[in-house]
Structures are given as structure tokens and as C-alpha cells.
Design a protein around this ligand. Sequence first.
Ligand code: DGL
Length: 269
Amino acid sequence: MDKGNRINLPIGVFDSGLGGLTVVRAIKKILPQESIIYLGDTAHLPYGTKSSDSIIKFSLANTRFLVKKGVKAIVVACNTSSATALKKLQEFFDIPIFGVIEPGSKEAVKFTKNKRVGVIGTTATIRSKAYQRELKRIDPGLEIHTKSCPLFVPLIEEGWVDNEITYKVAEIYLGELKRSNIDTLILGCTHYPLIKGTIQKVMGKSVKLIDSGEAVALFLKNFLKKKKILAKNKNPFYHYYLTDFPQRFKKIAERFLGERIEIKKINLG
Ligand code: DGL
């Protein structure tokens, strides 16, 4: 396909569920002329507690679906998938595929002054040590502190974003990070931007929070610009697909994205 046709093709974004809509929100803000096809694998949610083999299998199926839809690039919005499956996806598919780990880590390194960086995420993301490896690759002199926060995802999906129980849970999870004197904290999970306020309150104003979704949107913009394939769509489209579709997902989706949407259910076989 020549470049002229290619530039207006959509960007594919996938996540284990709906949290990746925070990444879509960031891409829409930073790249308003790009069309987007979103796939949330709600049938297999959550990824954060699953084995690496399962996460890789699901991620391959999600990528195959988006490639078949004719996207020009793919963003793996899911931190758990990015941490576990990105390399495999890049080996298997002949299309630019971006995860959130590298952009999030680069942003963190830009901001830290005392070289103490924290990372929070799902159990699988923290277990994979993907953020730790990437941060050390960029700056071997960093001191890295991590904490998995598995209760955050269900609390956020329940809509308990500004809630005293969530605050208490955050205080317990983040206590050690706070004491370790970090000045930068990576929100290494699609869901966490929704409780940014709570996390900031617990960590204190002096700690810079890095939203890996925003970071990957900026990363994508630079890539499209460099390759001269930035879209010029006057009326970009946004298509949303889920692999399972209980009624409650629509409400959660609208909370993550901040607007009403139509969702189609698909079967990845
Ligand atoms: N999307 C996942 C992530 O960013 C969180 C939800 C899940 O565990 O699947 O790690």
C-alpha cells in the first residue's frame, strides 16, 4: 500500500479490558486526527493475575484481530501485556507495535532528580521486572522501588475512585514506597490514572506521577511524525470491540473514556 493511503489507516489499541480506554483518551487528545480501533479482551480479564503463557496467547489473538482490521500501528495499552508479551508480538507481526513500558520509563527518567523511582502495577507486571529492566537500561544508576497493588483494579472497576476504602488501601500499599523517598512514581497499570488524585494525596505533592498511557501517546506521535504517516482525518472514527459484553461494561467504559460510546461484541475464536 502506498503511503498516501496508509496514513489515514486507524491505530489499533488493545487491553485486557476497559482500562486501556485511558490510553485511548490520551491518544485522542494528543493525536485528534487519528482513527482508532480498540479491542478490550473482557472475556479473559484480568490479565494481571494470569500466567505468562496465557497472557502471551491472549495478546497474540488480540494483535491478530487488529492486524486483520488493517491498522497501521498497534499500541499495547495493557501494562501486563506490554511487560509479558511485547517481544513475542514484535517477532510475530510485521507492523509497528508499541508497549507502555519504554515510554513510561523514559518519562520517569526525565523527571527524577534524586534517581529514586517507584513503579506500581499488577502482580504480573511487577513479577515480570519489565519496568525495572527498562529503567536500568536507560539509567543504570537508578534506585528502583516496586509494589504490586492487585486490589486497585477491582476497586476502580467498582467505581470506588474517590472513596475512603480506596484511600486506606492506597495508604497500605504505598506506605513503603513513601518511606523510600522516591521523587517519581510510574502508574504502571491502565486503571491507575483514575485514582491519580488518591495516589497523589497519599504520596504527597512532591512526588511526580507518570501516566504511562500519556507517555505512549506522545511516543506514538513522534513515531508517526518521523515516518511521515500522521493522519489527516477530518472525521476520524473510533470503533470499540469487546470479547465479552455484560451490560455493566458499558458504564465502566464510559467512566474510563469520559464519553458515551457504542461497543460491539466479537468472538476471537
Ligand atoms: N490492563 C491491566 C494492566 O494495565 C490491568 C487489568 C488486568 O489485570 O487485566 O496491567
